[in-house]
Design a protein around this ligand. Sequence first.
Ligand SMILES: Cc1cc2nc3c(=O)[nH]c(=O)nc-3n(C[C@H](O)[C@H](O)[C@H](O)COP(=O)(O)OP(=O)(O)OC[C@H]3O[C@@H](n4cnc5c(N)ncnc54)[C@H](O)[C@@H]3O)c2cc1C
Length: 403
Amino acid sequence: MERFDIAIVGGGLVGASLAASLSELIEQYHLRVVVIEAAAISLEKRTWQPSFDQRSSALAYGTRLHFERMGLWQHNNEQAGLASEACPIHQVHIAERGRFGAARLNDREMGTEALGYVVPNAWMGQVLMQRMATLPLTWRCPARVEQITPVQDGHQLTLDNGDTLQAGLTVLADGGRSPLKKLLGIESAVHDYQQSALISTLEISRPHHGVAYERFDARGPMALLPLNGQRMALVWTRAPERLAELESLSDAQLLAEIQRFFGDRLGRFTRIGTRSIYPLQLVQAREQVRPHLAVLGNAAHSMHPVAGQGFNLALRGVIDLRDALEKALAQGLRGGEAAVMHDFERRRALDRDVMVKASHGLVELFGIDNPLLSHARALGLIGLNLLGPVRRGLTRRAMGIER
Ligand SMILES: Cc1cc2nc3c(=O)[nH]c(=O)nc-3n(C[C@H](O)[C@H](O)[C@H](O)COP(=O)(O)OP(=O)(O)OC[C@H]3O[C@@H](n4cnc5c(N)ncnc54)[C@H](O)[C@@H]3O)c2cc1C
């Protein structure tokens, strides 16, 4: 049976980011790391084909700083960088549909070149895979972990091909469903928003100037995020029945609905790409660590995408875990010990609670269809515009540069 120091279950955005973040520790401490990924993903060099249809994520400015430290932001001769496909967000414009009053968050005010960036998920995947291919780690793919059992000083993992391996620290980065969490008896708090998100790409007739829009109304928010070129990423939240209706429309009819909801601030919406629908839940694992175990990414917390914070929060978890491991290794520990895991969880708890509550609060606040409250919300948005320090504090947190 093979034995590893660290087993990362799931090579999605979060598992791959963790593997990439460990590169120096792997070399310095000769760590034996395995990443196990169920989907057939190749680490071989691929050519990048930007596509109109790909899904994208808003990365906070703080996330850019983390990727920069990992050497994954700028291109260099050996390593592709995220920057080449990243569209900067210079302003976020938040308003309630049909109401007077809007809040604007600006990069100029924050003294940074952008508040964040919108990057195609497929490009993030490619950059991360390229880094992983250079690391002395074991890549088991396609392979699914089917059983996980606590053993002395770690866990034993059984793969779908019958192989077993042991690890001193197992990281569950196996996504929102995470059957492994259930196998270990880790329960989750689940809040079903009774909403789904329609995701697509839109072509617009006017330049977006790097402005991201959040339009709220009581039936759910619409976010439009700037992409390179005259394109925006659409995230439109609605009740599942309403989304089913929208999905049945032709492209021209759907574009007309989006135009009706959003207005003409971006000119005409001229083309829409492939549509996908995601049911939305707030899921939080009730235990994020155990001795020899950490839960990261969607397995730890799946959030409403309204504020685009899920991956940003997860990446801060990745960085904190890496830092906790570095401290432990420097003290001659191996990394999975209970004290190390609790140290890591102490670093995480506040950031996670604040972000989860903020995203959830935003959905709840704007989801209440009450004229008085709507008036108060409009005043709140105007007030936010007037109150520089409050706005800057909020922006710093959304940018991931204040915890
Ligand atoms: C509509 C929508 C929009 C979003 N927009 C943003 C945004 O703008 N900004 C932002 O920060 N976040 C955003 N998010 C959140 C972000 O997408 C997630 O935080 C992120 O994808 C989580 O990645 P993950 O690696 O934890 O999970 P996943 O991407 O689900 O990866 C899990 C991986 O584990 C593998 N796996 C599962 N089980 C096993 C097993 N037993 N054995 C081996 N492998 C296994 C799977 O094959 C998969 O590759 C959005 C989410 C949604 C739904």
